[in-house]
Design a protein around this ligand. Sequence first.
Ligand SMILES: Nc1ncnc2c1ncn2[C@@H]1O[C@H](COP(=O)(O)OP(=O)(O)OP(=O)(O)O)[C@@H](O)[C@H]1O
Length: 302
Amino acid sequence: MSSSYLSIEGVSIEFPTPNGPFKALDSVDLKINKGEFISLIGHSGCGKSTVLNIVAGLYQATDGGVILDGKEVDEPGPERAVVFQNHSLLPWLTAYQNVELAVKTVFKKTMSKAEMRDWIEHHLKLVHMDHAMHKRPDEISGGMKQRVGIARALAMQPKVLLMDEPFGALDALTRAHLQDSLMEIQNELNNTVIMITHDVDEAVLLSDRIVMMTNGPEATVGQILDIDLPRPRERLALADDPTYNHYRAEVLRFLHERHAKPDVPMDTPSADEAEQAKSEQAAKPELKLATATKDEPQVVNG
Ligand SMILES: Nc1ncnc2c1ncn2[C@@H]1O[C@H](COP(=O)(O)OP(=O)(O)OP(=O)(O)O)[C@@H](O)[C@H]1O
């Protein structure tokens, strides 16, 4: 048995379709240590959500499997909390009650009512939502809803946090603010996280490793990039950091040029393609965040 905390071992999956079986993933292998923050990045439709759904226990692999903390994953469970792009809060419950529902399923037998209340409030505070905990989802912004979704997941004290484009539906500034919050929380709690993202900067800023997937069908792990940047990380300081920009360019290069299966010979990057990756990097707008309000961040043009 593997000694990693979370081990994805030889995972393949075939979906039945009217045109016959569709093999979305082929032999995905990934070993994750406790407390690691992993981003999954790859072209649309390559199979990132499928990997996450298999780890969540929502899909069953056709071959291979997932082992978490020595136990094989074969169904969904509270030790693997999922945060989706579209904050899946129950609309008739307040932020507090949404978190409470999850906390009750995990801690009903082990916590008193007072302990549960403190626990819920602590997690809402962690995501800076304590001021609006008695509001319903239709009374708060998208960014605030996503904060509640993260609080709900964290309050379950999961062994692994699975995030499927958690900030994908948010505007750039709200997204930046939530990324900063997530880094702070990660610093404090040291969660094991797998996050899907399409955002190269988000991946480099937050991750210990970036797992880049090849295009499907039969997608697999194409390349893994170690992000050796000290923490805590500060986005504005990193904007001019050559190491940060090197990692960023590596991911862009993979997405632009090296997205075929690993056993397929790669083309040598053309001068044009390298130039394109470089100019995309240069064209990136630099954002500065002023002091955040209790709701959402304020903007100062940089
Ligand atoms: N239940 C299913 N039945 C049939 N095909 C599926 C099913 N789920 C996923 N697929 C197919 O598997 C492939 C991978 O899908 P998946 O949603 O995992 O990709 P993704 O990388 O997360 O995409 P995106 O970045 O666009 O969200 C796609 O071709 C998709 O159509």
